[in-house]
Design a protein around this ligand. Sequence first.
Ligand SMILES: [Zn+2]
Ligand SMILES: [Zn+2]
Length: 350
Amino acid sequence: MSRSKGYAAMAAKAPLAPYTFERREPREHDVLIAIKYCGICHSDIHQSRDGWSDYLEESIFPMVPGHEIAGVVTAVGAKVTKYKVGDKVGVGCFVDSCRTCAPCKSGLEQYCSVRTVWTYNARDYEGVPTYGGYSDRIVVDENYVLRMPENLPLDACAPLLCAGITLYSPLRHWQAGPGKNVAIVGLGGLGQMGVKLAHALGAEVTVLSHSLKKQADGKRLGAAHFYATSDPETFTKLKGTFDLIINTVSAEMDWNEYLALLKLDGTMVVVGLPEKNIPVGAFALTGGRRSLAGSQIGGIQETQEMLNFCAKHGVTCDIEVIPIQKVNEAYERVVNGDVRYRFVIDMASL
Ligand SMILES: [Zn+2]
Ligand SMILES: [Zn+2]
């Protein structure tokens, strides 16, 4: 075992505080990573405050959150072939899966039919709790490690590992590209990645945001159009406009209104996670043969494809770097929507 330093929530809703814990010694196929940066995802806040207790089997405290992990390899197991000491690597939302079910075999480990082992607040296949990236090091099987872009700053790439792939996967699956009208609902941490990625894929991008407050930003990120959803005119004007809508909002909203904005055969994909169920009327789907779908992050192969795409197109996340001592303050600011667009913890501050 090796001693690891980090920040943890010792109990549900408790503020994060310094915490020392054990990581396993690297096994034959493991990579030991010195963590340089870790993004703060809204789901870190939900989970450390036990907000998803209705959906998860258990919440495990003390909890070290963090699944947007970027760092450098400092040791490798005897049988590791993909990485060597000094490589810039990343770890996203999961660190293992069964490896034998149909989804795992098709590179869709995030939908493993046995159990995806999440990077924190989960147990590995031996029953040991997993601890995330708000810490100085992590040990991960090389098959669940990503190679980070060489040409881009490591801190601004950390959020690609959750926010980036959460948007890239549905954009690819529903074929966002030239000639396609794509709307991104909500311009937060997820939404800004959606605008940048959809634009880089060649689609015509529209932002649907609560107000016009972030309009200039939306255009800078690559949106061709920007509309306020607080203005009822927006829903009249944009009726039947989009091939694809990606909804990143986790607040409650009327999905039926948004479905009406789809063209014939259009799809709305939900990636935000409202805590309550939202009613959908059948007519919103049958008229225009519309689809309502969901999507959850992406597999290892697709995450690597996304990182390579970002390297090629110079896509990174807009970030604000903070020392780990400010993590609780950052959580409050995320909850209040006061960040453009992702906090990243500089682990040198530990
Ligand atoms: Zn996340
Ligand atoms: Zn599996």
